[in-house]
Design a protein. Sequence first.
Length: 295
Amino acid sequence: MVKLGAFIITYHRPAILLKTIHSIFSQTNPPEFIWVIDNSSNLETDQAVASLLNPKIRYHYMGFNAGPAGAAAIGLKLCELDGADWIYWGDDNDPPFRSDCFERLLAIRDVNPFCGVLGAVGHFFDRKKGVIKRIQTRLLEKKEWIEVDSIAGGMCMLVSADVTKQGILPDKDLFFGFEELDFCLKVTRKGYSLVVDCKLFLEARKDTGRLQFERPAYQLKKNLSREYYSLRNLLYISDSLTLNTMKMQLILKWTAKAFYGYRYGLSYGWKNMRMIFLAFWHYFREVKGKTIDLA
């Protein structure tokens, strides 16, 4: 019998958290326990969780905002110590989009003897260019499951405890941005496979109208502070995995993006350039963790 544990990362959203907890326990194969990893700076979430009076819910107060990366590292370890065989990595605002997600994912856990991570949606990753590559819908339609390079955030990631027992955990110094990608690439480096269920993947695309979606070459960004963390962390990931070609491609590509942003006006162009070159500066100075607020 597989013992499924779970953790949810939360930050100042107690009402949303409670709905997500209800959704997770409503799964056809619910976890035996849920750890709430609280990045909040007050006790509102603690009080909300306590009001449920549910012995299957466990609470860990971080005491500061450790970001998704720091909280996930704690959550995975706590679930492993509580004896979970598989661990759900969840966010407070991203509950499973189907009531049978866990059941369907665990049903394919043995398709590969070295399966370390399961998910509903995944991507390939170009290690030379440092970019996420979309999986074609026609490929998903031909297969029952497929091996990927990373599992998308908020898409029912289930992690085998065998992975965490190997000491593979998110890098807490990343704080925010590509922490799942960093974790997944390290998992594959250790010889584990990442597997997604193609039917669940297609259902997710249908729900969001993205069956024939094509990612634009450049898109106006609403939150440039996220761009800062994305670039900085991708550069750190290139170092941790000794992907030197990827690092050079990132530097060239993002330098071009710094100037291309002026196409959308001087104000946007300046803010965009500032964030990109701040990411470069912090990377070369080895500045890590939380450095700027997320708008």
